[in-house]
Design a protein around this ligand. Structure first.
Ligand code: HEC
Length: 401
């Protein structure tokens, strides 16, 4: 009897542990068509919303004083996210606070829009080797769906190609038809920016334009918050989301803070559990993993091993061009990723090196067509020290205000 109780207790504890997952969203199965759901679809009443945390991406130091100033004090954004699926399609909603509306204007190069992105891993068969969270990395590609707040525009072929848009200065060519045209723009104009990309790191984004990627993203602002939705097929030429749980990451941009490439708030990989599947625990556990080490011992080990020579460690330390800033690494990186960075630095090479930094500060070199990290290989450290360092790095993240 005692043994049965112990076994039962163990089962209960396991269930409690998996329910308590920090990084999991439960996708609710629905019966209806969700090919084109939007923020005002009634179907979201069935969804289960979870809090997710979006950390300031501090990887690279921008070469822009104003942007650096606006983003110096960034804290965590607490957002709400949910997912629904019907076996053919899957849809996501993310709602995040933002005090100001920033809309992209075609006539300005210095206006930055608010927006959001949802990212999928193209291969997540090994949850300990997921793509780099900042837009994937060489050999570990991701698919990114992006929607930004844009001013209504009209262009004839519907692909969003700017060069196809009407040049307003050519009044002699278009004459009165320009007035008629303006009326039509008002009626037909779209404020839809949506784009999908395959990406293997910053500056390697390839837009999916072959028509194979049917997705539908919408954005709406109400009560000082944005709501973004995305519907997409569960499998297409790029991703296969038929699994017990899938890794998904969310990012948001704040135009008022000049948010753009390299400057945004992002989650780590979160597991989206498909509710009618019994599988997916391996991913959920991998994303929840905490190092068994001791963070305060790890902090000392980081000082001893000279990490600060190349990295800005805490946000109060001086920024550094030698390597990425680690002040939010515990917010957006998994345990496995941080560990791998130490013992096999070239497995994932952070590609976002500031172009304007001195050439002596290269984050990687090219050897035989492969990127090789310039970071010291720490695989020589003993396991306990590695555990302690990883435990410390997992504590490095911005606090909520
Ligand atoms: C000689 C300079 C140098 C030293 C010393 C160094 N690093 Fe790095 N580190 C880098 C560079 C450059 C990168 C970016 C290229 C890459 O991904 O390997 C990096 C990347 C990382 C990353 C991944 C960051 C991200 O945003 O994904 C982590 C984590 C990291 N280092 C931790 C450490 C720790 C902890 C130490 C000390 C035990 C350390 N580094 C020592 C240069 C260094």
């Amino acid at each position: 009897m005692k043994r049965v109780i112990t076994a039962l207790l163990a089962v209960c504890l396991t269930i409690a542990a998996s329910v308590a997952s920090e990084a999991a969203i439960t996708a609710v199965r629905v019966g209806s068509d969700i090919k084109r759901v939007s923020y005002n679809s009634a179907i979201w009443k069935k969804a289960k919303f979870s809090d997710i945390l979006l950390y300031p991406q501090t990887t690279i130091k921008m070469n822009d004083e104003k942007a650096n100033g606006l983003n110096a004090e960034n804290s965590v954004i607490r957002a709400r996210a949910a997912a629904i699926y019907n076996g053919r399609d899957i849809a996501f909603m993310v709602r995040w606070p933002d005090d100001t509306v920033s809309v992209q204007r075609g006539d300005s190069l210095t206006s930055y829009p608010d927006g959001f992105a949802i990212m999928f891993a193209m291969d997540y068969s090994n949850p300990y080797k997921l793509p780099y969270i900042g837009m994937g990395s060489e050999g570990r590609p991701v698919v990114i769906h992006l929607q930004k707040a844009v001013r209504p525009f009209y262009e004839p072929n519907g692909h969003g190609d700017v060069y196809m848009q009407m040049n307003r200065n050519q009044t002699e060519l278009f004459g009165k038809s320009l007035l008629r045209f303006d009326k039509r723009v008002k009626k037909l104009g779209s404020s839809d920016y949506e784009r999908s990309f395959v990406s293997e790191g910053f500056r390697s984004m390839t837009e999916i334009k072959d028509g194979s990627n049917r997705s539908y993203a919408r954005l709406s602002y109400r009560n000082k918050a944005w709501t973004g939705t995305l519907s997409c097929p569960m499998s297409d030429d790029y991703v296969n989301l038929h699994a017990g749980a899938i890794p998904v990451a969310f990012a948001v941009w704040d135009g008022a803070k000049m948010g753009r490439g390299g400057l945004k708030n992002l989650s780590g990989w979160l597991s989206v559990k498909l509710e009618d599947s019994a599988e997916g625990d391996m991913l959920i556990n991998a994303l929840d993993e905490r190092s068994p080490g001791n963070p305060s011992v790890g902090k000392v080990a980081v000082a001893i091993n000279g990490c600060a020579g190349c990295h800005q460690i805490e946000s109060s330390d001086t920024p550094n061009f030698m390597g990425p800033a680690l002040s939010n690494i515990g917010g957006y990186a998994t345990e496995a990723y941080i560990r791998e960075s130490l013992v096999d630095p070239s497995a994932v090479v952070v590609p976002g090196h500031n172009r304007n930094a001195h050439s002596a500060y290269k984050w990687y070199t090219e050897e035989g067509g492969r990127r090789v990290s310039t970071m010291t290989d720490y695989s020589k450290l003993d396991e306990k020290t590695i555990n302690d360092i990883v435990a410390y790095l997992q504590t490095l993240k911005a606090k909520e205000e």
